[in-house]
Design a protein around this ligand. Structure first.
Ligand SMILES: Nc1ncnc2c1ncn2[C@@H]1O[C@H](COP(=O)(O)OP(=O)(O)OP(=O)(O)O)[C@@H](O)[C@H]1O
Ligand SMILES: [Mg+2]
Length: 507
C-alpha cells in the first residue's frame, strides 16, 4: 500500500530578523508535498510555494481518466465513515482496478504520484489540502479566480501562495465541496456559506459564477485544535497574570464579562482561556454559530446554532431560540461565542437574573460597545446594559516589529445612566510604549462582590495576588497544556492551600 505521512514533525521556525534572508522548506505531506518559503526579489515580499510531484502529460491524462471513473465508482460517504487507513486502501484498490480496466500504462513511480493526487482530491481538499495540513497556517483566503490564494502564517504572517484557481466552474465546485464537508448547502439563492469543517476549521464562502465578478471566494480560519491556555497567553504577553487572576475571581463570583475587540483581535481566544476559570462542578452551556470553543471539563453542553444561510436574519433567530431554550437547562454559566443581534436581549436578561456569562462582541472600544448594545439591532435598555460587570478590550498590536495581540484594557461598567451614558472604571491598562500592563488597585466589581459575599475587598485583592503568583509560577514551570492547566485550576477550587503549597507560593 502507498504511504502518506499525515502527521509530519513540526519544524522549529525561528522568527526572521531579516525577511530577505528567509529561505526555508518543510514537509506538509511527506514524502509528496512540501512548502518553500523564500524572499521573492521581484515581488519584494515573502512567498509561500507549495511543491507537489510534477506530472508528465501522459500522467495528467491518466489521472483525469482515473478520477472520472472513480467519481462513478466511489461512494465517498461510505469511505468517510471508515478510518483513514482503510480509506487509503480502498482508494488504492479502486485505482488499480480502474487502471487495469482502462488498460492504462502506469509505471510504479508514476502510480505513487497519481496516488497522492487521488488522495488529495478525494479525501483531502484539492489544491489547498497541503495548506490545511500546515501547522503554521492560521487563515487561508481565496478572492476569486486568477488571483493567488493568500495565507496567514504564524511566523511569517501574510504570504502570497503559488496556488491560483484559473477556472470559475472548478472554483465554484470547490466551494460546493467546502459546503458539503461543512454539512451545508450553497446555491445562487443561498450564496453565503458560514460553517465548520469536520476538523473544526471555520469556513466562509460566497458562491457565484457571475462573469462580471472574480467568481466564488472563500476563507478558512483553521481551528487551532487545542485552545490557548491562560499560561500560554501569559507567555505571549497578551495580558498579565494579575489580569487573569482578576478575571478568575470575577468568574468564580459569577460576574458577567464581555470580550470586545475588532476582527481577529483575539476575542474568542481570550474567551476560551477565561473559561478555564469556571468552577469544575458548575453547569456550563456554550452557544456558537460555528464551533470554536473547547473546555477542559465534563459538565458542559456545547450547542452550535444551525444556520442554513450564514449571517443575516435566520442566523440571529436561531441563536436567539437556542439561547432561550438554554436557560431552561438552568446553567450556572453561559458562554456565547459572539453576540450580534437580538439574542443579546435573552443573554442580558439571563445575566440580570443571576446567571454568569462570558461572551464576545465586535466593538473596538468600551464606548462603541455601550453604544452598540443600545442601538439596533441589539437595542438593550440602559438597565440591562448595567448588568454587565467587566469588559476586556482585545486589540491588534505591533510589538518590536511583530504583529500580535494585547488586551488593551479591562474596564468595569460602574453604572449606565438612563440616558444611555455610562460611568466606567478601568483597573488595568496596557501601555504600548513599554509593552507592559498597569494596574490600579480600585475595583468596583470587587466592591459589588464584597457586598454580596461578605468577603472584604482587601481579601479579594490579596486572593487576586495569590492567584496571579500561581499563574505566573505555572508559566515559569512551563505548564502550558490544556489538561495540565485545567487540572491545576480545578485542584485550586477544591483545595487552594495544597496547590499553593505544592507550587511553593507565598500567599
Ligand atoms: N493572544 C494572541 N496572541 C497572538 N495571536 C493571537 C492571540 N489571540 C489570537 N491570536 C490569533 O489571531 C487570530 C484570531 O483570533 P480569534 O479567533 O481569537 O479572534 P476574534 O477576535 O475572535 O476573531 P473574529 O473577529 O473572527 O471573531 C487567530 O488566528 C489566532 O491565532
Ligand atoms: Mg471570534
Amino acid at each position: 500500500m502507498q504511504k502518506i505521512n499525515l502527521n509530519p514533525a513540526i519544524p522549529p521556525l525561528p522568527k526572521p530578523i531579516d525577511k530577505r534572508k528567509v529561505d526555508v522548506r518543510y514537509m506538509l505531506l511527506p514524502p509528496y508535498a512540501s512548502v518553500h518559503i523564500y524572499w521573492h526579489d521581484k515581488l519584494g515580499e515573502l512567498v509561500y510555494e507549495v511543491e507537489e510531484p510534477l506530472l508528465t502529460n501522459y500522467e495528467k491524462s491518466a489521472l483525469w481518466k482515473i478520477e472520472e471513473a472513480m467519481l462513478e465508482l466511489i461512494n465517498i460517504n461510505v469511505a468517510k465513515d471508515k478510518d483513514l487507513n482503510s480509506v487509503l486502501e480502498y482508494i488504492d484498490k479502486t485505482a488499480r482496478l480502474i487502471i487495469d480496466e482502462l488498460n492504462l500504462k502506469v509505471r510504479k513511480d508514476s502510480y505513487e504520484k497519481l496516488f497522492y493526487y487521488l488522495f488529495r482530491d478525494f479525501i483531502g481538499y484539492n489544491e489547498i489540502d497541503p495548506l490545511l495540513r500546515d501547522y503554521f497556517i492560521e487563515d487561508i483566503e481565496c478572492n476569486g479566480v486568477n488571483t493567488p490564494v493568500f495565507i496567514v502564517h504564524r511566523i511569517y504572517r501574510n504570504l502570497r501562495t503559488n496556488i491560483i484557481f484559473r477556472d470559475m466552474e472548478y472554483l465554484a465546485s470547490f466551494v460546493e465541496k467546502l459546503a458539503q464537508r461543512a454539512g451545508r448547502y450553497v446555491s445562487y439563492a443561498q450564496p453565503l456559506l458560514d460553517g465548520t469543517l469536520p476538523d473544526g476549521s471555520r469556513v466562509n464562502a460566497t458562491y457565484t459564477k457571475d462573469v462580471s465578478s472574480r467568481g466564488p471566494t472563500f476563507t478558512i480560519r483553521k481551528f487551532t485544535k487545542i485552545p490557548w491556555t491562560p499560561t500560554q497567553l501569559i507567555a505571549m504577553n497578551t495580558l498579565s497574570p494579575e489580569m487573569l487572576a482578576y478575571f478568575w475571581l470575577l468568574i468564580e463570583h459569577k460576574s458577567s464579562i464581555v470580550v470586545a475587540g475588532g476582527t481577529a483581535s483575539g476575542k474568542t481566544t481570550l474567551l476560551n482561556a477565561l473559561a478555564f476559570f469556571i468552577p469544575p462542578e458548575a453547569r456550563v452551556v456554550s452557544i456558537e454559530d460555528t464551533r470554536e470553543i473547547n473546555l477542559p471539563r465534563e459538565n458542559w453542553l456545547p450547542a452550535v446554532a444551525r444556520t442554513s444561510i450564514g449571517v443575516g436574519k435566520v442566523g440571529e433567530v436561531d441563536l436567539f431560540d437556542i439561547l432561550k431554550s438554554s436557560f431552561r437547562q438552568n446553567p450556572d454559566y453561559l458562554i456565547v461565542g459572539e453576540v450580534r443581534g437580538k439574542e443579546a436581549f435573552v443573554l442580558f436578561q439571563g445575566m440580570a437574573s443571576g446567571h454568569a456569562s462570558l461572551s464576545t462582541i465586535h466593538a473596538d472600544s468600551v464606548e462603541t460597545l455601550i453604544r452598540r448594545l443600545q442601538t439596533p439591532p441589539i437595542n438593550l435598555s440602559p438597565t440591562l446594559v448595567n448588568t454587565l460587570d467587566a469588559v476586556a478590550v482585545a486589540t491588534h498590536a505591533v510589538v518590536r516589529g511583530n504583529e500580535t495581540r494585547r488586551i488593551r484594557e479591562i474596564t468595569e461598567i460602574v453604572n449606565v445612566n438612563l440616558d444611555g451614558t455610562a460611568l466606567i472604571n478601568t483597573p488595568f491598562r496596557w501601555d504600548p510604549h513599554t509593552d507592559s500592563f498597569f494596574i490600579k488597585f480600585d475595583s468596583k466589581v470587587f466592591e459589588k462582590i464584597s457586598l454580596r459575599t461578605g468577603i472584604s475587598v482587601k481579601d479579594l485583592q490579596k486572593e487576586m495576588m495569590t492567584r496571579a503568583k500561581l499563574l505566573f509560577e505555572l508559566y515559569k514551570r512551563r505548564v502550558f497544556g490544556f489538561d495540565e492547566v485545567g487540572k491545576v485550576i480545578n485542584a485550586y477550587y477544591k483545595n487552594p492551600a495544597q496547590v499553593i503549597y505544592s507550587f511553593n507560593i507565598s500567599p
